[in-house]
Design a protein around this ligand. Structure first.
Ligand SMILES: [Mn+2]
Length: 315
């Protein structure tokens, strides 16, 4: 059921024990929104914890409270008055949603593809990041944002907007970021931390780009990473940013081996609706950034995604 911001604020006020979670393959907005809200809730005396069912990338070590993030233990049950699912729909939290017995569930998201399965859903696709919504929510609760919370929330806004360069960046985004900087966030510190890569990661990206292929008269740039290459290319962080600068491209994407007959596809576009392509394979995202998982052998998966992209491009 869709609810408004005031109702979401009331659900949080009414809960004493709160578990916050987000999607697997965590990014700046998922880690930032859960930790940001956790700091605020703990500040007003609530028992709040963050659970994410995945490894947390090293770049997020700069975020206050990062060591507090728990991974659900297999077979264990967790209880809370309220489970808050941030930046994703219910079904993509790995083991968290199935392991938590919560009296109520609140989903806070900005993805237009949200399946609306949550008991209570506050969805605002006009916001660039879930962290942007969190700032509004904290204000709706009559609260103030601490420097720890602000640092987490700024990180999510910055990463989901490509540091204020993507088309989802609005005046509201910039006003919100400005308020967080007024609280004391250091944008340069966050930018340096988010861009940091190890030597191995830089070399992995070089190897990935070596296999760059162009399709559809140069409108599509793609990198295919099969099982053998996946062992070399351990991270694809920043890979699409390197591809999207290629002149004439409308869609850039990579397809990477995850496990036998399973490939992860991540797409970016300059206008074509890639979330619609992702949805045909049960994925999701935004108009200009979306992803999905393909269950097929390499050659077939490659054919499937290229066909779907070609179709959308020529629609
Ligand atoms: Mn997000």
């Amino acid at each position: 059921m869709k609810i408004n911001l005031t109702e979401a604020a009331r659900l949080l006020h009414e809960a004493q024990t709160v578990i916050l979670t987000s999607h697997i393959r965590p990014d700046g907005d998922s880690v930032g929104s859960t930790l940001g809200l956790m700091h605020f809730l703990r500040g007003i005396g609530k028992d709040a914890r963050v659970m994410i069912d995945d490894e947390i990338p090293r770049i997020f070590r700069v975020l206050p409270g990062i060591d507090r993030i728990e991974r659900p233990a297999e077979g264990r049950r967790y209880a809370a008055d309220l489970l808050v699912v941030c930046d994703v729909e219910m079904k993509r939290t790995g083991a968290v949603v199935p392991s938590v017995d919560a009296a109520r569930v609140l989903n806070i998201d900005h993805h237009v593809t949200n399946d609306e399965a949550a008991e209570y859903l506050y969805l605002d696709p006009s916001r660039a990041a879930t962290c942007e919504i969190m700032c509004e929510l904290i204000r709706a609760m009559g609260g103030t944002i601490s420097l720890d919370a602000a640092t987490c929330l700024y990180t999510g806004i910055a990463t989901d907007t490509g540091f204020f360069r993507f088309s989802n960046t609005t005046p509201h985004t910039m006003h919100t970021a400005a308020e967080l900087i007024e609280i004391g966030v250091k944008p340069n510190v966050i930018a340096v931390a988010m861009e940091m890569k190890s030597y191995d990661e830089v070399m992995a990206q070089v190897r990935a780009i070596e296999s760059l292929e162009m399709f559809c008269d140069g409108r599509v740039a793609a990198v295919f990473i099969d099982e053998a290459r996946a062992r070399e290319v351990k991270t694809t962080e920043g890979l699409l940013d390197s591809l999207r600068v290629i002149e004439g491209t409308q869609i850039v994407f990579f397809m990477k081996w995850l496990e036998p007959d399973t490939y992860r596809v991540s797409m970016r576009s300059k206008g074509v609706n890639v979330s619609r392509i992702a949805q045909t394979f049960d994925g999701g995202g935004h108009i200009r950034a979306a992803g999905c998982t393909l269950h097929a052998p390499f050659d077939e998966a490659r054919r499937m995604i290229l066909a779907a992209i070609g179709k959308e491009l020529n629609a």
